[in-house]
Design a protein around this ligand. Structure first.
Ligand SMILES: Nc1ncnc2c1ncn2[C@@H]1O[C@H](COP(=O)(O)OP(=O)(O)O)[C@@H](O)[C@H]1O
Ligand SMILES: [Mg+2]
Length: 313
């Protein structure tokens, strides 16, 4: 009897389109490996649909809100269905950049200095006050981003104080919390980690974007960014980046897979920006590319994620 996989994709998040792409390619990889697959677009009836489908395991191919933040994981816990990837707590922690950075700092990892604003603070203190606070605490250039978003949505690099207000208000359109961070100049890299207890760091990927910033367009338009594997960085920084990704994976309690986004400065200091618990999984995405460099073909990577999900904890 082959294993029945229910793949959940789509949904209503800002990252719906990317999720559909991931879902389609994961589905074909699963079929290729001999799994039975039923693909489900996330809607309010998902619990009932899953109860009827009775899958052996669920593959969550969702990004962002409800998919990557612990919500769907909580639902699957209630339904008693095993699923690919991190549990409720790790997912929620990783989605919250400010809180995950606090945990990374406890592990001795370097993170960009930040201040966090809530929509309550915006209401009580007013935008001018928040602008003044950001200017006081974080040197320019700086980065303004929603605290719980992905795909560089609502993110602005601010070089001049006069652009700060607009950037903060824009980020508030996507989240009720806004993170203002010191801008780290350097080589952008990303590191995948595979495993539950025994972890394996994948080769480090260097990302070169045509525009400098690895934004939504650079991430998803062919030709707008280049993956260099292994990253052309100093050997000590390469090892430190893999170590940092392993520590970050453990610090949040991730399971199955994670991908840490980092920046290496010209002094070979390694800064961690964030951890993604459901990284993009198209054949040309970062993790599949790194896995390939490590000798793991896309269908095998997807199959091993399902196996990790079914492993006893
Ligand atoms: N503090 C920072 N310094 C320099 N670049 C940053 C910083 N924060 C974000 N970026 C740029 O923006 C991109 C997206 O930021 P990130 O924190 O990874 O959020 P997400 O990928 O969830 O949108 C990064 O890949 C990087 O190019
Ligand atoms: Mg990122």
């Amino acid at each position: 009897m082959s294993t029945n996989v229910a793949l959940i994709y789509g949904g209503k998040s800002q990252e719906r389109e990317i999720s559909l792409r991931t879902g389609e390619q994961v589905t074909s990889a699963l079929l290729e490996k001999g799994f039975e697959v039923i693909a489900l677009d996330l809607d309010e009836d998902i619990a009932t649909t899953l109860l009827h489908a009775k899958p052996d395991v669920v593959f969550i191919a969702l990004h962002g809100k409800y998919g990557e933040d612990g919500c769907i994981q909580g639902l699957l816990e209630i339904l008693g269905l095993p699923y690919v990837g991190s549990g409720v707590l790790a997912s929620a922690l990783a989605m919250n950049k400010a809180i995950s950075k606090q945990l990374f700092r406890l592990e001795g990892l370097m993170c960009p200095k930040d201040v966090l604003f809530s929509s309550r603070m915006l209401r009580k203190a007013g935008i001018q006050n928040l602008v003044a606070r950001a200017e006081r605490d974080i040197p320019l250039p700086l980065v303004v981003k929603p605290n719980k978003q992905g795909s560089t949505i609502g993110l602005t690099v601010v070089e001049s104080p006069r652009d700060l207000e607009k950037a903060i208000l824009k980020a508030f359109e996507y989240d009720d919390e806004v993170l203002v961070e010191e801008y780290i100049s350097g080589t952008e890299i990303t590191v995948g980690v595979l495993g539950n207890d025994e972890l394996r760091a994948l080769p480090v990927i260097e990302i070169r974007s045509v525009k400098g910033l690895y934004d939504y367009e650079a991430k998803y338009t062919p030709g707008m960014s280049e993956h260099i594997i292994p990253a052309e960085i100093d050997e000590s920084a390469y090892k430190a980046a893999q170590e940092a990704a392993l520590k970050a994976h453990r610090a949040l309690g991730c399971r199955g897979i994670s991908r840490s986004d980092l920046i290496v400065t010209s002094e070979n200091q390694v800064y961690i920006l964030e951890v993604n618990t459901i990284p993009g999984m198209t054949r040309t995405s970062l993790i599949p590319d790194a896995a390939k460099a490590a000798g793991i073909e896309f269908p095998d990577l997807i199959a091993s994620l399902v196996e990790l999900a079914l492993e006893e904890t």
